[in-house]
Design a protein around this ligand. Structure first.
Ligand SMILES: Nc1ncnc2c1ncn2[C@@H]1O[C@H](COP(=O)(O)OP(=O)(O)OP(=O)(O)O)[C@@H](O)[C@H]1O
Ligand SMILES: [Mg+2]
Length: 257
C-alpha cells in the first residue's frame, strides 16, 4: 500500500465553548473517495472546512502529501505552497454553485480563470482547454460564452466541477455537491462525478447526508454524530453491517433500493 495523501489526527474545532468537531482522526489514500455522513449539525462541514484549510482548527494535526513527497502539516506551509494547493492541487465543490462560480462571467472564463491562476497565458490554448472541459461535463460547446446565471442548477454544478478539475488537482473536497438539485438531475451529476473520479483517479472527501450518494461514490465512510466519529470503515461494510447504534438507525431510515 502507498502512503496516505491526507492524514488527520486528533482534530478539534471549537466555536467559543461549543465543540464543532473533536477527536477526529483518519487518512485518505490517493485515488480514494471517503464519504463523511451524519445528521445536520454533526460537524461534517466544520471538519471539511478545517481539513481544506478554509477554517482554522483549534487543535490537532492535518498533514498533506505534497507532489515532491513531503508530508507537512498545513499549518507549516509557506504562503506560496498554500496558494499552490488552493489554486492547483486541491478543488472544492460547493453545494451552492454560486459559491464556487463567478455567476456573471462566461462559462469559458470560469474554467479559464483557474488556468490563468496557474500561469497559463495563451488565449487560444485557454479557450480550447476550457472548451474540452465543458464537453467533458456535458455542456454544449455553443454555451461557452454564456454566463452561469443563465444555466440550470445541474449545468451550474457541472460547470463548477469543470472549473475545479481543469488544473488536474489530486484532492477534491465536496460539501453536498448534489444537495441542491432535484432527484433526476442529481443522478446525472453523480454519474458524471463517478466517471471523472475514476478516470482521473482523484482522491475525494465528500460530505453528504445522503447514504445513497455515499454508496455510489465512496469506498470508505466516516459516520459523525455530535462532532465525533462514531463509526468508520469500508462503505459496503458500514452500510450492510452497521455496528454503532446510530449508524444502524441511519441505515434503517433509508428506503430499500
Ligand atoms: N460559525 C459557527 N459558530 C458557532 N457554531 C457553529 C458555527 N458553524 C457551525 N457551528 C455549529 O457546529 C455544529 C456543527 O456544524 P456543521 O455546520 O459542521 O454541521 P453539518 O454536519 O455540516 O450540518 P448540515 O448537515 O446541516 O450542513 C453545529 O451545532 C453548528 O451549529
Ligand atoms: Mg454542512
Amino acid at each position: 500500500m502507498t502512503d496516505p495523501i491526507l492524514s488527520v489526527r486528533g482534530l478539534e474545532k471549537r466555536y467559543g465553548a461549543f465543540i464543532g468537531c473533536t477527536d477526529v482522526s483518519f487518512d485518505v489514500w490517493p485515488g480514494e473517495v471517503v464519504a463523511i455522513v451524519g445528521e445536520s449539525g454533526s460537524g461534517k462541514t466544520t471538519l471539511l472546512n478545517c481539513i481544506s484549510g478554509r477554517l482554522e482548527r483549534s487543535a490537532g494535526e492535518i498533514r498533506y502529501r505534497m507532489r515532491d513527497g513531503r508530508f507537512p502539516d498545513l499549518g507549516h506551509l509557506s504562503e506560496a505552497e498554500r496558494r499552490f494547493l488552493m489554486r492547483t492541487d486541491w478543488g472544492f465543490v460547493h453545494q451552492n454553485p454560486a459559491d464556487g462560480l463567478r455567476m456573471r462571467v462566461s462559462a469559458g472564463a470560469n474554467v479559464g480563470e483557474r488556468l490563468m491562476a496557474v500561469g497559463e497565458r495563451h488565449y487560444g490554448d485557454i479557450r480550447r482547454t476550457a472548451g474540452d472541459w465543458l464537453s467533458r461535463v456535458e455542456i454544449a460547446a455553443e454555451r461557452i460564452d454564456d454566463q452561469p446565471i443563465a444555466f440550470s442548477g445541474g449545468m451550474r454544478q457541472r460547470l463548477q466541477i469543470a472549473r475545479n478539475l481543469v488544473t488536474h488537482p489530486r484532492l477534491i473536497f465536496m460539501d453536498e455537491p448534489t444537495g441542491g438539485l432535484d432527484v433526476s438531475v442529481q443522478a446525472r451529476v453523480l454519474d458524471l462525478l463517478r466517471g471523472l473520479v475514476t478516470d482521473l483517479s482523484l482522491a475525494v472527501v465528500i460530505v453528504t447526508h445522503d447514504l445513497a450518494v455515499a454508496r455510489l461514490l465512496s469506498q470508505r465512510m466516516i459516520v459523525m454524530k455530535g462532532g465525533h466519529i462514531v463509526e468508520a470503515g469500508l462503505t459496503d461494510r458500514v452500510l450492510d453491517d452497521p455496528r454503532h447504534a446510530y449508524t444502524q438507525l441511519l441505515v434503517a431510515s433509508i428506503p430499500e433500493s
